[in-house]
Write a protein that binds this ligand. Structure first.
Ligand SMILES: [Zn+2]
Length: 329
């Protein structure tokens, strides 16, 4: 699966907007020039008529059709020259009356025959990342702006140096993103709030999206709200199927597992989601503030041991960066 329906809708909307703007501008130019230089309207009409006659000559053929076509061509060239001169005299470019598309290759339709145009690919990536980072609520999170200097370089009470540990985690995440595959490993980010778990998840998301993979990011609370709404059909006309998207996207990022309001439904839905993705070998990045015993208490031993055995786990350490940043301001 690539992008969600919503992302396609946004990209299509942008293409429609570009196309309409290009056509409206051309129409406006036409109206302006017709009132300023009426001869141009006549030229346009003659060109359209001779175009039609050329098509007829080409289709119906006949003994005189080669001569007819060549005289039409000569007449067309003369008309076009006249139009250029008239535009020049009004200090306007020769292509003033043409439609200027943002992407001339696909004329802002997004497709070249049946293939997606580069401009559409670019739009899809842009909207996908915007959606992901907006739901992350952290703005632009990249590897480049993940600052190791926020992590202490003196040993903590466990004798570990946070900066060194985090440098290793950063490195592994960069490598993971660089080699990302939609049947690759799943990751588990553990540690207290404000240690950069969401930041690194979003940095991986950015790179996967850049490679054209479909990424769905949600906090566990938000995703469960969506799934629950669907369950009780409160959103019958919802155009995005969140369950389908969460199960089938190339990379699912489930942020803040354990912070959701817990019910039998939420526990079962999360167990199901994690199982489906493991069975189908689709990668998931789960981040959580909870330790193993708290996770077990919530989701049961079987699910938690599955999570711990099948996911590659990283334990983040250091001091709460959000607090440090707040104190700096
Ligand atoms: Zn294009």
């Amino acid at each position: 699966m690539g992008y969600s329906k919503e992302i396609y809708r946004l990209a299509q909307q942008e293409l429609d907007r570009r196309r309409n703007t290009a056509r409206d501008t051309a129409e406006k130019h036409q109206a302006e020039i017709y009132s300023a230089i009426p001869r141009i309207r006549e030229i346009q009409k003659e060109l359209a008529d001779s175009g039609l006659r050329a098509v007829q000559a080409a289709i119906y053929g006949g003994p005189n059709s080669p001569q007819a076509l060549s005289s039409l061509r000569i007449k067309n060239q003369a008309l076009q020259m006249e139009r250029v001169k008239l535009l020049e005299s009004a200090r306007l470019p020769a292509d003033f009356l043409e439609v200027h598309y943002t992407c001339p290759k696909c004329q802002d339709t997004g497709y070249i025959i049946n293939r997606r145009c580069e401009c559409l690919e670019k739009l899809l990536r842009r909207f996908a990342y915007r959606q992901v980072s907006e739901s992350g609520g952290l703005g632009e999170c990249r590897f480049e702006n993940f600052l190791l200097s926020y992590y202490p370089d003196i040993p903590n009470q466990d004798g570990k140096i946070p900066r060194k540990i985090m440098a290793g985690i950063l490195n592994s995440c960069q490598e993971y993103a660089r080699n990302f595959l939609p049947n690759g490993e799943s990751l588990l980010f553990r540690g207290h709030t404000g240690l950069g778990k969401t930041h690194l998840s979003l940095a991986i998301a950015y790179e996967a999206i850049e490679k054209g993979y479909g990424v769905y990011y949600a906090s566990s609370q938000r995703l469960l709200d969506k799934l629950q709404a669907k369950q009780f059909q409160r959103q019958a006309k919802e155009d995005t199927d969140y369950q389908e998207m969460a199960e089938n996207c190339d990379l699912l990022i489930l942020d803040d597992l354990g912070a959701e309001y817990s019910t039998n439904f939420t526990v079962a839905a999360l167990q199901n989601l994690i199982n489906v993705r493991l069975t189908e070998s689709r990668p998931t990045i789960v981040s959580t503030n909870l330790n193993t015993s708290m996770l077990t208490e919530r989701y049961g031993e079987r699910s938690v041991s599955r999570l711990l055995c099948s996911y590659r786990a990283f334990t983040f350490c250091g001091d709460d960066i959000r607090m440090i940043k707040r104190m700096e301001h």
